[in-house]
Design a protein around this ligand. Structure first.
Ligand code: NAD
Ligand code: ZN
Length: 234
C-alpha cells in the first residue's frame, strides 16, 4: 500500500461494541430486545410513535454512559495525521467518532443527537428525550422524529460517498456485518475503481470474499495496529 493517498473507511456497529454499545443483531436477532421492524421503519414510526421515540431516547441517553475506545481514537489520529484524502463513513448513529476527535466524518444513517422535522425537513441538534408532541424549533409543527435513516429510506451523503469511493486507493471496512445496503456494496464500487480493499472485523462478514485482505479480531486491537502501519509507511 505504498502508493496509497486516498482512503475511505466504512465503520459499523462492531467499532462501538467495545465501548459497550450493543451491535445490531444481538441474541435472537433482536436489537436491544426489539425486532428491527418495530423500531426502525417508517411504518413503525407511524404505527407506534411512542415506542419508536422511547427506543431512540434510550439509545441517546446511553451515549452519556459510554466513551470512545482505542479504535475510535486510532481513526481520529489517522484523520489528523494522514496527508492524503481521507473520509470516514459511519453507519453508526452514536457520537463516538467525533468525541474521539475525527473531523473528516459522515454519518450515512443519521445521528442520535439530531432531530429531524417531518414537516419542514429541518434538523436540529438534540441532547435530551424527544417526545412525539414536541414542536419543531424551525416551523413549530409537532413533527419531530429521530434523525435516523430507517429501512427503506435513502441514506445521507450518497453522492459525496460515491465520489470518494471512485477516487479511493484503499477502502477499509471495520466492524460491519455487510448485511445492510447500500453500505454493503461499497467494497465492490471501490474495487471497480481500482482500490485495494481491507476488512477488519470480529467474524467474516457477508461480503468477506470481496476483500483483498481480511483481518479477524476485535476492532480495539486491529484498528490501532493498522493505523500505526499506515502512518509508519506514509
Ligand atoms: P451489525 O450489528 O449488523 O454488525 C456488526 C459487525 O461487527 C458484525 O459483523 C460483528 O462480527 C462485528 N463485531 C462485533 N464486535 C466487534 C468488535 N469488537 N470488533 C470488530 N468487529 C466486531 O452492524 P452494522 O453492519 O453496522 O449494521 C447495523 C445497522 O444498525 C447500522 O446501519 C447502524 O445504523 C445501526 N446500529 C448502530 C449502532 C451504533 O451507532 N453504535 C449500534 C447498533 C446498530
Ligand atoms: Zn419543522
Amino acid at each position: 500500500m505504498s502508493h496509497t493517498r486516498n482512503i475511505v473507511i466504512l465503520t459499523g456497529a462492531g467499532l462501538s461494541a467495545e465501548s459497550g454499545i450493543a451491535t445490531f443483531r444481538g441474541p435472537g436477532g433482536l436489537w436491544e430486545g426489539h425486532r428491527v421492524e418495530d423500531v426502525c421503519t417508517p411504518e413503525a414510526l407511524a404505527r407506534d410513535p411512542e415506542l419508536v421515540h422511547r427506543f431512540y431516547d434510550a439509545r441517546r441517553a446511553r451515549l452519556a454512559e459510554v466513551a470512545p475506545n482505542a479504535a475510535h481514537v486510532a481513526l481520529a489520529r489517522l484523520d489528523a495525521e494522514w496527508p492524503g484524502q481521507l473520509l470516514i463513513v459511519t453507519q453508526n448513529v452514536d457520537d463516538l467518532h467525533e468525541r474521539a476527535g475525527a473531523n473528516r466524518l459522515l454519518h450515512m444513517h443519521g445521528e442520535l443527537k439530531s432531530a429531524l422535522c417531518a414537516a419542514c425537513g429541518d434538523s436540529a441538534e438534540w441532547e435530551d428525550s424527544l417526545p412525539p408532541e414536541i414542536e419543531c424549533p424551525n416551523c413549530g409543527t409537532p413533527a419531530l422524529r429521530p434523525d435516523i435513516v430507517f429501512f427503506g429510506e435513502m441514506p445521507y451523503h450518497m453522492e459525496v460517498i460515491e465520489t470518494a469511493l471512485s477516487d479511493a486507493d484503499l477502502f477499509v471496512s471495520i466492524g460491519t456485518s455487510g448485511a445492510v445496503y447500500p453500505a454493503a456494496g461499497f467494497v465492490q464500487t471501490a474495487r471497480h475503481h481500482g482500490a485495494q480493499t481491507l476488512e477488519l472485523n470480529l467474524d467474516p462478514s457477508a461480503g468477506s470474499s470481496l476483500f483483498g485482505e481480511s483481518r479477524l479480531g476485535p476492532a480495539g486491537t486491529l484498528v490501532p495496529e493498522w493505523v500505526a502501519e499506515m502512518l509508519d509507511r506514509g
